[in-house]
Design a protein around this ligand. Structure first.
Ligand SMILES: [Zn+2]
Ligand SMILES: [Zn+2]
Length: 274
């Protein structure tokens, strides 16, 4: 089977390298049946990584324009990637990706888990006694609380914390304490959102060995009855279907016999057999 849809697409409105139109054209050329834009919401901190009040309106208008350009040929959805630290007006969007990109301390100090590795390392030294299991537990706990609070349509890159770990080897991703912290968060999240993104973006962009989440966590998500939707978290048009040929096997190895994709009609999701 071929994956012909992507629910997690960025553009030049924030940190993507191609315009909304270039992304849509590429998707159509690949034979996609649906495409969802999910620009980064306005941010409380780290403002450069989010829309502004002005660009948010322009983003919505441009997605709406492309929706009509492709009407009847490829369904385009107007979404938003909302971070734990980004308030957003959900009513402007057809779907929300809920994401956690940060570790935060009580005194307000923060570090992006997918950003500067030195800064993250320092944060863990200062606020988690240098203990990565403690930091991971805090990350997963904060993610679960956030998903419970906003009840998004899709949970984005669940274990993004491991991005820097692949280069720096801070902790063992198969450690029981690490997996238990992830599983505990999943058990809370599934009660309010049962659609988890399987995100291949890191494979294309930063040489990650596998999608988020890692297989043991994905298998657990399957075991507790969760659904999955593959995404390329795309920032460049030519990577729109990155690792999509390999993804069905990855999903099957976690126990799935079907996946979701963004719908081609009125329903947000439709089921596809693997
Ligand atoms: Zn993200
Ligand atoms: Zn993203």
């Amino acid at each position: 089977m071929k994956i012909l849809s992507n629910p997690h697409t960025h553009s030049t409105f924030v940190d993507g390298k191609n315009t909304i139109e270039e992304m849509a054209n590429q998707a159509f050329e690949l034979g996609f049946v649906s495409l969802g834009f999910s620009e980064h919401a306005q941010q409380v901190i780290d403002g450069a990584f989010g829309l502004t009040a002005e660009t948010e309106n322009a983003y919505i208008a441009e997605v709406n324009r492309l929706k009509s350009v492709y009407d009847g040929r490829m369904k385009i959805w107007r979404g938003l990637e909302r971070d734990r630290l980004s308030p957003a007006d959900k009513t402007k969007y057809e779907y929300i990706l809920g994401a956690n990109h940060y570790l935060t301390a009580e005194n307000g100090e923060w570090a992006a888990v997918d950003g500067d590795a030195d800064r993250l390392e320092n944060w863990v030294k200062t606020h988690a006694d240098g203990d990565w299991m403690k930091a991971a537990a805090q990350y997963f706990e904060a993610s679960a609380a956030y998903i419970e609070a906003i009840q998004p349509d899709i949970i984005a890159h669940f274990d993004l914390l491991c991005k820097g770990n692949r280069k720096r080897h801070w902790y063992d991703e198969s450690a029981k304490a690490y997996l238990d912290a992830g599983k505990a968060a999943m058990e809370r999240m599934i009660k309010v959102c049962n659609v988890l993104e399987v995100n291949t973006g890191g494979i294309a962009r930063s040489n990650q060995p596998c999608p988020y989440p890692i297989l043991p966590l994905l298998s657990f998500w399957h075991m507790i009855g969760g659904e999955v939707i593959p995404s390329s978290d795309c920032h460049r048009a030519h990577q729109l279907n990155a690792w999509f040929d390999e993804t069905p096997e990855y999903l099957k190895s976690a126990g799935f016999d079907h996946m979701l994709r963004l719908g081609t009609g009125k329903e947000l999701f439709e089921e596809v057999k693997l």
